[in-house]
Design a protein around this ligand. Sequence first.
Ligand code: AMP
Length: 215
Amino acid sequence: MKIVMLGAPGAGKGTQAKQIAAKYGVPHISTGDIFRANLKAGTELGLKAKTYMDQGQLVPDSLTLELIMDRFGNDDCRNGYVLDGFPRTIPQAEALTRALEEKNDKLDYAINVDVPDSNIIDRMSGRRACLKCGGTFHVKYNPTKKEGICDLCGGELVIRDDDKPEIVNKRLVAYHEQTQPLIDYYEKEGILKNVDGTQDVNKVFEDICDILENK
Ligand code: AMP
């Protein structure tokens, strides 16, 4: 099962991607998480990505593609994956299509978690992330059992620098300019599925499972 998650930053696609991965036994691959892990570890890739991430801009395609193609080579990708935050631009989507075609393969679904911009700002301000395991929560929509503590690993939750309001606005601009065209791209490929992302987090997941199980 090969799935691409689409949606604005803060639409909840990461949360859904993690649940899909757990239920269907495929790895959750988040380019944002990989960049952040590199940043934390102080790698060259992390340092290069940081300048863009801090500004709410996309990391250049060349850097991102190198990273993701390397990740696809891991053994756990044999039976598929759920991609979260990749592809983010048309050239990235085209590179992914080509890489799959070379192996006589293709994506199964592009799931668009649809949330209007007006809801996004509200959501981002309440988002909390665990720097230790990458888990994301929301003070209102997806709260942890203990405030400020990650349910998954017990790590401390923080507001990510790129979730701060001025950066959120820039990320939304980048999303509309560079990532939204992917909705048309995958519609034309015939694999686009829209899900109403304003619903309760569990209902969104139910709708996604119905799609994946052809209900
Ligand atoms: P995310 O956690 O997916 O919102 O990603 C956080 C940041 O990482 C983005 O704002 C970008 O700067 C960078 N990033 C993540 N994925 C990509 C991608 N596919 N292409 C370019 N930049 C990315």
